[in-house]
Ligand binder design. Sequence first.
Ligand code: GLA
Length: 386
Amino acid sequence: MEIQELKVRFVEVFGDTEGELEVFHAPGRVNLIGEHTDYNGGYVFPCALSFGTYAVAKKRSDSMIRFASTNFDLQVSVTLEDITYVQEHDWTNYPKGVIAMFQEKGCELRGFDVLFDGNIPNGAGLSSSASIELVTAVLINELYGCNMEMIDLVKLSQRAENVFAGVNCGIMDQFAVGMGKKDQAMFLNCNTLEYQYTPVVLKDAKLVIANTNKRRGLLDSKYNERRAECENAVQVLQQKLNITALGDLDVDTFEQHKYLIESEVIQKRAAHVVYENQRVKEAVFKLSQGDILGFGKLMDESHISLRDLYEVTGKELDALVEAAWAVEGTIGARMTGAGFGGCTVSIVKEEAVEHFIHQVGEQYKNKTGLTAEFYIAEVGDGAKRV
Ligand code: GLA
């Protein structure tokens, strides 16, 4: 929806009350490489997308907060004295979680009315939840002069997801959504939070995101299972190595000590993390050198590792990626995000994009019976006032 239209909707929903309307936006994100490395203290390489979540808001003088959205019928009113997780409050628990974290920090808040408008396909693994969290965080920070830096809003939003929404995610999504920059990807060390922007210059190629449109049922339990497996690997390796996370390991040290991990499954999980971490570093270097083919090859290897070692792809993501690999003009393709459904990301030569969408869509439909959706990704800015 256009911003002007959103403002009209705001008045329709909340009435023409006194005060200024303010507009904020936070993007979605796509991770180019470095999957399931963030909670292992490793490297990731995501970028923000040009589409995301708008929030139109107006301050109130009392302590009431009213939430509405153009995407869902549900409207919820709460007061600042009663910010708790309520199952029936559905998506509004995300912004409520952010409010709770501002309260935890001791920031003085008053109420507000807010209308959200989201353009990120729900449950597609493009971080619609981090987007709504960050847009809320920026909004509160600006409306109530909390004077927090973006990196603190990022951490606060991750904490909201962890403790309020109860999802044990790493820092990648909130970081990418908060710190994103147009046409740049972020090379982030998730252990130290040191980061570096790298221009996403793909010459005559485009980033194409494909959505499996598969419901991601077991996502949370499998995600937590993988986290636990990695922690287990660290514990075992600590018998001989002075490490706190798998991200501390280079490939050689891992190869020399992997015999310590008796469970074959856990050894595979750890191998994925260690090699994926190495791939991120190589990939960033290749991109900075203009070696797009080299970058694409590492994307392919990342997918294979997520499929065979980390086992988080599933038949839908594999079908989409295999169909992508089969298209001439595909430079690289992999699943992106947590896995078990959600999206893939491919680098495709511009002249082949139309054919890619047609061909991959058809093959995917034949194999799975599902209809994929495609988006040509533009790399956008992080969360901000509009
Ligand atoms: C989800 C999580 C992220 C990250 C990815 C996997 O998107 O929210 O923190 O762990 O999965 O790379």
